[in-house]
Design a protein around this ligand. Structure first.
Ligand code: NDP
Ligand code: 2IT
Length: 458
């Protein structure tokens, strides 16, 4: 399905992909995300080629409505001035206020911001909730920084960001390196500058000041609700299946929790330094303590469970992927699974991949999985539970009310089942078999392109 550009039939599509590569020459992640989406849309584009061409629909779809880039100066604990670069990409607001996370990681650059913003447009459309696509962040590295330094950075970041966001304009949330602590500091600074308690301006807030129950768990839980539904549609029971998870952050921890609740056996998790293997099943409360409380390394697991094993990252294939499992959940970062890793996973007999992270599989890896009949739950559908619950947080903020844990959890589960059905139906309608990657892209594109069409050339 992710057809090579040279195999495409639509001359319009080929031309667009050529233009995007030329225009965004230095943005490989963005080109990768666009190529994956556009090539799978070919059957829809062929049906409407003249209409899309006349309104330059694809040209407009791949050009962000706005990119904001700004200086973030702050003073570290030694009194030295540090300068980082901040971003907000407001990609597409046709179905609601821009919505998407903030990533604080040293690798952040415009290419990564644009790929994440582009993915978010389609993900948000799949939720069925009124949210457009955006993303932001900074090359700031929270690792090893004191709380005070993180606070000072967040305050400086918000000094500029506040000019561009608002509950009806653009609503940021967390992503890599941005959790409850950072959202708290960002919200505090926004409230101070604007002199207003505008709860709906950020999501992922603490429960005491407008946060929603289940938001913390939502991406990981949602991933597993999607996975269960995908397996069920293929007559597979998740119970007793072996699972490995790449990453041990917010998404990974709650994917692990829900997988265990569903009766699966999670045997490995990782961070950027290495992975742990516990054949008796990962003790998730220990991982939570290491990552959520101590901000430590995954290796620390061995202090509590000396029978577990630790493998350091030292080759192009992260060691977590050497461990045999039925279900693979990449929940760390983009391009974690390259073609070499994909070949290894297939050789080791995996049956399903659930993308908790955004774009964790390279396009070649996706192609390889699909070609080998591996069930692939694409990130923009399978990890949409986080942003869907963010939209529920916005809804509760507007009502000045809140729902119970079970109420939000049930809405999340229904949303994920609905997203799975959209992927399945769109994939079948266009002649793809069990190709939920194409299904997600097509179902989302139909919504966004219709909204763009009805709003005219803007
Ligand atoms: P966290 O910061 O909580 O955790 C990130 C995890 O991934 C950590 O274990 C981290 O290890 C690992 N990781 C990050 N970067 C790298 C890297 N370059 N190489 C190897 N490992 C890395 O982030 P989240 O759990 O929130 O996000 C994980 C993924 O899920 C991201 O792709 C994000 O975009 C996506 N996502 C997040 C959502 C959310 O609601 N939070 C919603 C939907 C998608 P270490 O600590 O060593 O860096
Ligand atoms: O990638 C994502 O969907 C997120 N980081 C969550 C975004 C949000 O607004 O909750």
């Amino acid at each position: 399905m992710i057809t090579c550009t040279k195999e495409l039939k639509s001359s319009y599509l080929k031309d667009i992909i050529r233009q995007i590569k030329l225009k965004n020459n230095f943005e490989p992640e963005f080109i990768q995300a666009v190529e994956e989406v556009l090539s799978s849309l070919e059957p829809v584009i062929l049906e409407h080629e003249e209409e899309f061409k006349a309104s330059a629909l694809l040209e407009r779809l791949v050009e962000p409505e706005r990119i904001i880039s700004f200086r973030v100066p702050w003073v570290d604990d030694k009194g030295q001035v540090q300068v980082n670069r901040g971003y907000r990409v407001q990609f597409n607001g046709s179905i609601g206020p821009y919505k998407g996370g903030l990533r604080f990681h040293p690798s952040v650059n415009q290419s990564i911001m644009k790929f994440l913003g582009f993915e978010q447009i389609f993900k948000n459309a799949l939720t069925g909730l009124p949210i457009g696509g955006g993303k932001g962040g900074s090359d700031f590295d929270p690792k090893g920084k004191s709380d005070m330094e993180v606070m000072k950075f967040c305050q400086s970041f918000m000094n500029e960001l506040q000019k561009h966001i608002g509950q009806d304009t653009d609503v940021p949330a967390g992503d890599i390196g941005v959790g409850a602590r950072e959202i708290g500091y960002l919200f505090g600074q926004y409230r101070k500058i604007r002199n207003t308690f505008e709860a709906g301006v950020l999501t992922g807030k603490g429960l005491e000041y407008g946060g929603s129950l289940v938001r913390k768990e939502a991406t990981g839980y949602g991933l597993m609700y999607f996975m269960k539904e995908m397996l069920k549609a293929n007559n597979i029971d998740i119970k007793n299946k072996t699972v490995i998870i790449s990453g041990s952050g917010n998404v990974a921890i709650y994917a692990c929790e829900k997988a265990q609740q569903m009766g699966a056996n999670v045997v490995a998790m990782s961070d950027s330094s290495g992975c742990i293997y516990d054949k008796d099943g990962i003790k998730n409360n220990i991982i939570k303590n290491i990552k959520e409380v101590n901000r430590g390394r995954i290796k620390d697991y061995l202090h509590d469970v000396p029978t577990a094993q630790y493998y350091e990252n030292n080759s192009n294939i992260p060691p977590v992927y050497n461990i045999k499992a039925d279900i693979i959940l990449p929940c760390a970062t983009q391009n974690d699974i390259t073609i070499d890793t994909a070949k290894l996973l297939v050789k080791n007999g995996c049956m399903a991949i659930g993308e908790g992270a955004n774009m964790p599989c390279s396009n070649e890896a996706i192609e390889y999985f699909l070609g080998n009949n591996i069930l692939l739950a694409p990130g923009k559908a399978a990890n949409a539970g986080g942003v869907a619950t963010s939209a529920l947080e916005m809804c509760q903020n507007s009502m000045r009310y809140f729902w119970s844990f079970d109420e939000v959890d049930k809405k999340l589960e229904n949303t994920m089942i609905n997203i799975f059905n959209q992927c399945k139906n769109a994939s079948e309608k266009y002649g793809y078999k069990n190709n939920y990657v194409a299904g997600a892209n097509i179902a989302a594109f139909m919504k966004v392109s219709n909204a763009m069409k009805e709003q005219g050339i803007i």
